[in-house]
Design a protein around this ligand. Sequence first.
Ligand code: CDV
Length: 313
Amino acid sequence: MSRILTVGVAQLGPISRAESRQDVVLRLLAMLEDAGRMGSDLVVFPEAALTAFFPHWAIESEQELDSWFETQMPNAAVQPLFEAARRLRVGFHLGYAELTREDGRKRRFNTSILVGKDGEIIGKYRKIHLPGYDAPRPGEPFQNLEKMYFEVGNLRWPVWEAFGGRIGMMICNDRRWPEAYRVMGLQGVELIVLGYNTPVHNPAMPQTDDLGNFHNHLVMQAGAYQNGTFVVGAAKAGVEEGVDQIGQSCIIAPSGEIISQCTTLGDELQVARCDLDLCTSYKTSIFNFAKHRRPEHYRLITERTGAGDVLGR
Ligand code: CDV
């Protein structure tokens, strides 16, 4: 038996600082329409897909900072995307910066949503692994202020029964952490969708700049294979406001193999037929967690220090 889900990865080229959300939504719509013509069930858009990636800039005014966030989802600017999903019967994944009032205070998260073929939101995820810094770093070619602009996500990693399978979300830097995949792997995830904004240059570690594309695929391919799941990663690529970002958006099978990949650094859609039953063969054999995992040997005694966790005895 096969459970075929046709999935599109919709890479975005750069978004300029001056580009309106309405203009960006037109770009997203063009790819959603294309994906519909190609028989897609689900399209994956990148992290923070409605604006330029503003954590690359030091923004001093709170009012200006707020203007990069969405206070409602859907809202007027993205409504056409939700309507198109309903009309075309194509779901989507969308990353955006979320400003909300929770626990009586203003809170900001780096968020993604999964939207069904009926145009209704199925689930929401808030990024847990925030890279970068909580204060501007003078002299750097660009900033990375995610720790200053966002709180650590508080929704954990749920897995949703949707599109005939078990779907989970992570965002950008999360894909570098095996724990993110495994928490969902333990819930039987069959398709992980994510978006990324990854600069080519890492000011803290310039010696790895030429390994950016390799590391991008390495972590997603390993996460897919070790958890018997499809992984779809969508980039915002190209030179955005002076920051060069990697592309190579792709769709990865539970074998760890890339089955479809973007080849440009602009808006580009690639589609693949994903047989979710392929996951079952991995989950019931080499990665049968119930049979072969040894969690009793994985327990670490850790002590929290200024430098993070250290292993005790
Ligand atoms: N948006 C991101 O999370 N980017 C990070 C970069 C800054 C290292 C990433 O892991 O790709």
